[in-house]
Design a protein around this ligand. Structure first.
Ligand code: GDP
Length: 317
């Protein structure tokens, strides 16, 4: 049974910041089922790192609720190569939107981060209270620090001004609209593209690192559904993990992607590339106890995401 509804989206003006991203576009799809008005603004019309501009736009457009799905995101190599953008852009975006949300009287705000906010060696599955209990994974600490600051901003506004600002930390997401540029993508879209190419040219599939790290994966439309659910049913300071409760090794994932795409060629590892954190499985008890559960099985999600890839729905293609 889902917990009691605390916030009604009906009749509300709901801003999805970052609506062109993979999560943002899934949120727009999901919100189409609610009786609300979805607001979006393009990158060329509003730079989300510019606080004064964000404030002006919010004053003019008066959102009642905001999802912060805008972020500078990328895979292990991009994070490691562009620390300034991963740290600063993310800090500026959350600062601009959170402060302006308070100033313009937004009723409810949901800030989105990711599972990399947790210590590199956090006990698995990772509970929400593992936050700030140990050192971060060095390959993505720039992004992580900015996302931790975003959680703290939401908490600070709740504590000092009573704002109903909440945070959610999804696990690794994949789906339509993903980034398929191999230099900056996450592992799932990278593998989809690599297996697709390897099948076309009958060559081996190159997996970065040792293939032994374990990761958890969620279909992005499930994540959007969880975000809408949290906006309606959750109001507290602590962030909430959004996960499926299960993980898989990178090597097993490679095999699964190959099965879905229909290729049984050779797999080789490129161990000049980093492994990153050994395991990143989130404890989703809190979300489960609130009454929400993911729907899309991994194989089914990969098949849907691959169909979207074939249809050209993605970046970096
Ligand atoms: P992370 O979850 O922050 O480590 O980010 P990624 O999704 O980029 O990487 C997850 C794991 O997949 C790491 O162990 C990578 O080394 C591994 N991996 C294997 N092949 C690839 C690939 O082609 N691209 C990326 N990004 N990661 C890969």
């Amino acid at each position: 049974m889902p917990s009691e509804q605390l916030f009604d989206l009906a009749g509300k003006r709901v801003w999805v910041a970052g609506h062109r991203g993979m999560v943002g576009s899934a949120l727009v799809r999901r919100l189409a089922q609610e009786d609300c008005t979805v607001l979006t603004v393009g990158r060329s019309d509003l730079d989300l790192t510019e606080r004064a501009d964000v404030h002006r736009w919010m004053e003019a457009n008066r959102p009642d609720a905001v999802f912060i799905a805008a972020a500078k995101v990328g895979g292990i190599l991009a994070n490691d190569s562009f620390p300034v953008q991963f740290l600063l852009d993310n800090l500026l975006i959350s600062t601009a939107i959170t402060t302006s949300a308070h100033e313009t009287g937004v009723e409810k705000l949901l800030f989105l981060g990711s599972s990399c906010i947790y210590p590199k060696l956090a006990p698995q599955p990772i509970r929400e209270d593992a936050l700030l209990t140990g050192a971060l994974e060095p390959t993505n600490e720039w992004y992580a620090i900015a996302k931790i600051a975003g959680i703290k901003q939401a908490q600070a506004y709740r504590r000092q001004y009573g704002c109903d600002f909440i945070s959610a930390m999804p696990t690794n997401l994949y789906g339509p609209g993903d980034n398929f540029d191999l230099a900056s993508s996450h592992v799932m879209p990278a593998l989809m593209r690599k297996v697709h190419e390897a099948k076309r040219t009958s060559s081996p599939v190159v997996v970065w690192g040792t293939g032994t790290p374990r990761r958890e994966f969620m279909y992005v439309d499930d994540c959007a559904d969880a975000c809408v659910f949290l906006m309606q049913h959750y109001s507290d300071a602590e962030h909430v993990n959004i996960g499926v409760g299960d993980d898989i090794s990178i090597m097993e994932l490679t095999q699964l992607v190959m099965e879905v795409i229909g290729y049984d060629g050779e797999i080789v590892t490129d161990q000049t590339k980093p492994d990153g954190t050994p395991r990143k499985l989130m404890d989703n008890t809190k979300l489960t106890n609130l009454g929400w559960k993911a729907r899309t099985a991994l194989r089914e999600g990969i098949a849907q995401a691959y169909a979207a890839f074939l249809a050209g729905e993605g970046r970096g293609l």
